[in-house]
Design a protein around this ligand. Structure first.
Ligand code: DOR
Ligand code: ZN
Length: 347
């Protein structure tokens, strides 16, 4: 399919880091401009662990996105070894928590309060299974003796499969999958298992990050893998299969924190998220599947209504800014300085 413009049901972003304070004010409008809803990650400092904290955080997000009054942030709880699961379930029943996020302790940014052993949160997971409350997983093991490129595949074998044996009805979103192993696992699992796929893992492999000089702005977790995995992700995303949907994992860090001897993990894709995905789908000759991936599979999995609004993308090239924001909060958007093929039409 070739086209000069495409109109889609307004998409949702099922995995977003909006941060807090000045950073929140700076980045949230990018997401709210393109997406009707977004699943908000809870890895703040301190993390969002209670219903009351989520209510407050949601209020700050709504203030930061007041120019987009229809934007709906969907809140998540950060699971800890001693999570108060009665509060968690109450928060879900009250419509505050859409889902809960599992960070294995030490796996990524602000995960130090995460779960040290999945068994520690079994009471919470059992309650979530009963409620139909989705568990969102950062699927990487943290053992020092496991190579960083193998950590996702190892998580499937050592954590996810055993967990699903114990809790076969638990609804799980395997977040930001990066390997063929993960795509295959999701396909072979029951209908209660789905996955998000980021725009950057569809576009870059580990060579892009490491060949010809190290590119800190391509460093994220899970780290980009070899090309065969990127190809498997592109196939999964563009297949239209109901188990795969859009989740950018946009994760802003100030330029100084990325371009550092110990650079932070995270790629800031929010400014042109839907346009990055459109480019991939066009390259794969699958623009006709973009709406399914971006706007339909997610709400169907979460049991939420499909959006009524529409967006239009036009085929008109645009330049990605080198830097957005200012002073110590300047950010380098994904594909900074490059040219994009698609452009979100703003009314
Ligand atoms: O690259 C990442 N950045 N991966 C994560 O899991 C967390 C995120 C962040 O919060 O910066
Ligand atoms: Zn994330």
């Amino acid at each position: 399919m070739t086209a000069d413009s495409i109109t889609l049901i307004k998409p949702d972003d099922w995995h977003v880091h909006l941060r807090d304070g000045e950073m929140l004010k700076q980045v949230a409008p990018y997401t709210a401009r393109q997406f009707a809803r977004a699943i908000i990650m809870p890895n703040l400092v301190p993390p969002v662990t209670t219903t009351a904290m989520a209510v407050d955080y949601r209020r700050r997000i709504l203030a930061a996105t007041r120019d987009y009054p229809d934007f709906q942030p969907l809140m998540t709880a950060y699971l800890t070894d001693d999570i108060d699961y009665e509060d968690l379930i109450k928060g879900h029943q009250q419509g505050v928590f859409t889902a809960a996020k599992l960070y294995p302790a030490g796996a990524t940014t602000n995960s130090c309060h995460g779960v040290t052993d999945i068994k520690n949160i079994f009471p919470a997971l059992e309650a979530m299974q009963k409620q139909g409350m989705p568990l969102l997983v950062h699927g990487e093991v943290v053992d020092n003796d496991i190579d960083i490129f193998d950590r996702e595949a190892c998580f499937i074998d050592t954590v996810l499969q055993p967990l699903l044996k114990d809790m076969p009805e638990l609804k799980v979103v395997f977040e930001h999958i990066t390997t063929q192993d993960a795509a295959d696992f999701v396909m072979s699992a029951g209908d209660n298992i789905a996955a998000t796929i980021t725009a950057h893992h569809l576009q870059i492999n580990r060579n892009d990050m490491l060949v010809g000089g190290i590119k800190p702005h391509y460093y994220c977790l899970p780290v980009a893998k070899r090309e065969l995995h990127r190809q498997a992700l592109r196939q999964a995303a563009t297949s239209g299969h109901k188990k795969f949907f859009l989740g950018t994992d946009t994760a802003p860090h100030a330029v100084g924190d990325k371009e550092s001897a110990c650079g932070c993990a995270g790629i800031f894709t929010a400014p042109h998220a839907i346009e990055h995905y459109a480019q991939v789908f066009e390259e794969e000759n699958a623009l006709n599947q973009l709406e399914t991936f971006a706007s339909i599979n997610g709400p169907n999995f979460y049991g939420l209504p499909i959006n009524k609004d529409r967006i239009t993308l036009i085929k008109e090239s645009q330049h990605v800014s080198e830097i957005v924001g200012n002073n110590d909060l300047s950010l380098s958007p994904f594909k900074a300085g490059e040219t994009l093929v698609w452009q979100l039409h703003s009314d």
